[in-house]
Write a protein that binds this ligand. Structure first.
Ligand SMILES: [Zn+2]
Length: 292
């Protein structure tokens, strides 16, 4: 009896020891914002522990690092940034605070779009670009943890197939919108890559950053444009103040087409907890609102 009890205890301890050793062996990965975190989780699977500095429904453009973030970065082995100017000055902070980490710029290899003189950083809004992000993340995880190369490669291959299916789905959905109605107003210029990849014109009163201010003249111009071009709808975003768009809708007679998710995922109980959910949600909103 005593022996059985003891061996049960020893088995329990052995299990505990393996579990905690396993938890400790997870590669610590830090990303600047939630969309990169989701891509990294899909590539890394159970071999990585991913932290996003900017959380769900929060605005990466106005991110200000905290001492707690510096601590998280100091423990990281891989840091994933978007690049293309998205992280601004905080990119330097992240690289400096991360003493022992590899820094990967996920957008490496993307053909950048420009808005005015500025580079548009929102490259993940095109699924072919997101596939480049995933390949860059895979390569960074493999160089940080070569022992798990086969796992990272298998996870990536499976996820890329899902992104191919998503891309086909998005194209088929957008084809349902009559070409003359593929035009809308969004809060900040976050959808240039989506528009250019899938043939929709997005017009935004803010610039590429949510930090940019719109002048009364910009707003008057947009209202006039909605009327003369018969733009059917304006959309809200989860990272920006809805009041300006509500005002524009009121004064122009355009329909408010719901919320688009541009720069941040939602929490797990929201409509866009993953990148794939985000793209599906946005396209559904576009099709529902813009189709006659
Ligand atoms: Zn943005």
């Amino acid at each position: 009896m005593m022996g059985r009890c003891l061996s049960w205890l020893m088995a329990a301890f052995a299990l505990l020891a393996t579990t905690s050793a396993f938890a400790q062996s997870k590669l610590p990965v830090v990303t600047s914002f939630t969309i990169l975190a989701d891509l990294a989780r899909n590539v890394g699977g159970d071999r990585v522990a991913v932290t996003s500095l900017v959380g769900p429904n929060s605005d990466v453009h106005s991110y200000v690092p905290t001492p707690a973030d510096a601590k998280v970065l100091a423990g990281a082995k891989v840091i994933i940034l978007n690049g293309l100017g998205l992280e601004g000055a905080t990119a330097r902070f992240m690289e400096t605070a991360a003493k022992n980490a590899r820094v990967v710029v996920a957008s490496t290899g993307v053909t950048p779009l420009r808005l005015g003189g500025e580079v548009d950083p929102h490259a993940w809004q095109s699924i072919p670009n997101a596939k480049l992000y995933v390949a860059n993340i895979r390569d960074a995880l493999i160089s940080a943890d070569p022992a798990d190369k086969a796992v990272f490669e298998a996870n990536t291959a499976a996820y890329l197939l899902r992104l191919d299916a998503l891309d086909a789905e998005v194209r088929a959905e957008i084809a349902r919108i009559p070409p003359e109605r593929r035009e809308l107003i969004s809060t900040h210029d976050a959808f240039g890559y989506l528009g250019s990849a899938y043939g929709i014109a997005f017009i935004a009163p803010h610039g590429v950053s949510t930090e940019a201010e719109s002048s009364a003249r910009d707003i008057a111009y947009i209202i006039k444009q909605i009327r003369t071009e018969h733009i059917p709808a304006v959309f809200l975003e989860n990272v920006t103040d809805p009041r300006l768009m509500e005002q524009i809708a009121r004064e122009s007679g355009a329909h408010v087409g719901g919320t688009l998710y541009s720069d941040a995922l939602t929490s797990p109980d929201g409509p866009a907890p993953t990148y794939i959910d985000l793209m599906r949600h946005n396209v559904k909103q576009l099709v529902t609102t813009l189709s006659p």
